[in-house]
Design a protein around this ligand. Structure first.
Ligand code: HAX
Length: 434
């Protein structure tokens, strides 16, 4: 058994009594109440999910296993010659809560290499799809057709105790995560680079190999590492994470869960917002004839978009109430590596003018930029200008968090998810009694 799996097994056994004690001794203690606004309004703020992989404080932003983004980047072992940590070491942290040593990290990177081969039938399915299919549809379909390889299904059918379900879930999750970069890069090269896929280089780590298969030079390997890490997890209530958890709660295997979560990520209010930001900026650029607009001109574009009833992509958040630290980390990267890039200049002006406008409009609870406002500009700068591919990159990253959560869901025996619904008449009755 690998060191990672062995460590995880020990952590799981140590953790289980905590969940059991909460359920058995304190199961009837209230965590909160639900208002009519929350029942109608997408369960916003209702505390009914449990995860220990990450926590999102509205004012501070995300912490992965208790670590802020700068702490995470600082503490994890770095890839030789690069500025960013191994994605594989980050996965070790998400799964176990421990900062891995360099040796632990390299062992996960080696494990990934043995699991990373994407079967030919997946490519055959992708090739049978019309070439103008959205890359997120291809990505989801590619994941779904690998479901036939599920170790979970095989072991479940052989008969498996509830306490052991996490073991084949881990096997599926690791196989899937190891394969996703190859799947994503294949879709990219097939669709946008004249159907010229690049074979993996098994001497490289996950981020390095992804950059190699995309055909983009350094420092894109570090961009990929940073991107996957930043997009991995944002606690459990967002659409992609929640979808993954929900589908897996029916004991659907990790492939079904991952394909479903990708479908949720493909919505413009969620992961597709990174594509929408670039599309919106390109629209402004076209109208400006490529010239960088003044702040006054940019304000007009923002108001025009709002007045036509559309949202400003990349701004606002359901939980956050300040600038997203994932945005800030990418902004710092831009300031260091591409301060004079024209699209970065657009993003920079938007950062200045949009929050006061959203405040003045008075609808958005959070006027500040989120992760998606800044991510596309980096991709564009390094030559990835086909912006409808951006959400696939998000999906590879998000799979890290979703898979870790699903493994722990099975380890702690979380049941099938089944909230209760009420009718409108019932709500009216409750309201009338108040
Ligand atoms: N531009 C214009 N209006 C906005 C807005 C924005 N960026 N953000 C929120 N609003 C509006 C909402 O549409 C809503 O309007 P109505 O009352 O007319 O329905 C009102 O402000 C209140 O919304 P809210 O409570 O502040 O926000 P929600 O929790 O309902 O929604 C969203 C959160 C992220 C979906 C929202 O801010 C939005 O649509 N943002 C733009 C799209 C975007 O950037 N999405 C990515 C978010 C991060 C993420 O998940 N990445 O994957």
């Amino acid at each position: 058994m690998s060191k990672l799996k062995e460590t995880l097994r020990e952590k799981i056994e140590a953790w289980r009594p905590r969940t059991t004690a909460l359920l058995k001794k304190h199961g009837d203690v209230k965590v909160g109440d639900v208002t009519i606004a929350q029942a109608i309004g997408g369960a916003r703020g209702v505390k009914c999910l449990v995860t220990d992989i990450s926590y999102l404080d509205p004012n501070e932003g995300i912490r992965f296993r208790g670590y802020t983004i700068p702490e995470t980047l600082e503490k994890l072992p770095k890839v030789p010659g690069g500025e960013m940590p191994y994605v594989e070491g980050f996965l070790y942290l998400l799964l176990t809560g421990d900062i891995p040593t360099k040796k632990d990290t390299e062992a996960v990177a080696e494990e990934f290499k043995t699991r990373s081969r994407v079967p030919q039938y997946v490519f055959d399915v992708l090739r049978a799809m019309p070439r103008d299919t959205h890359p997120m549809t291809m990505f989801s379909a590619g994941i779904l057709c690998m479901q036939r390889d599920s170790v979970f299904v095989k072991r479940y059918n052989e008969g498996l105790s509830k306490m052991d379900l996490w073991d084949p879930t881990y096997e599926d999750a690791m196989n899937l995560l190891a394969r996703l970069p190859t799947l994503g890069a294949y879709i990219f090269r097939m669709k946008y680079r004249a159907d010229t896929p690049i074979a993996p280089d098994f001497t490289l780590d996950m981020g390095g190999n992804f950059a190699h298969m995309m055909g983009i030079d350094k420092p894109y390997d570090d961009v990929a590492r940073l991107y996957f890490l930043l997009h991995s997890d944002h606690e459990s209530g967002n659409v992609s994470a929640h979808t993954g958890h929900l589908v897996a709660s029916a004991l659907s295997d990790p492939y079904y869960a991952a394909s479903a979560m990708i479908n949720g990520l493909a919505g413009p209010l969620h992961g597709l917002a990174n594509q929408e930001v670039l599309r919106w900026i390109q629209g402004v650029m076209d109208q400006m004839g490529g010239k960088v607009p003044s702040e006054e001109e940019m304000k007009k574009f923002v108001w025009d978009t709002l007045n036509s009833g559309q949202v400003i992509p990349g701004f606002g958040h359901a939980v956050l109430r300040k600038t997203d630290p994932r945005y800030m980390e990418q902004r710092n990267f831009c300031l260091k590596h591409l301060p004079d890039d024209p699209i970065f200049k657009y993003v920079d002006i938007l950062y200045k003018v949009t929050p006061p406008i959203l405040e003045e409009q008075g609808k958005a609870k959070n006027p500040w930029p989120n992760v998606d406002a800044q991510s596309g500009v980096i991709q564009w700068y390094y030559g990835l200008q086909e912006y409808d591919f951006y959400t696939v990159l998000f999906g590879i990253g998000r799979a890290l968090g979703v898979m870790c959560n699903i493994i722990w869901d099975r380890a702690l025996g979380y049941p099938i998810e089944r909230p209760k619904s009420v009718t409108t008449a019932m709500l009216e009755e409750v309201a009338a009694k108040k």
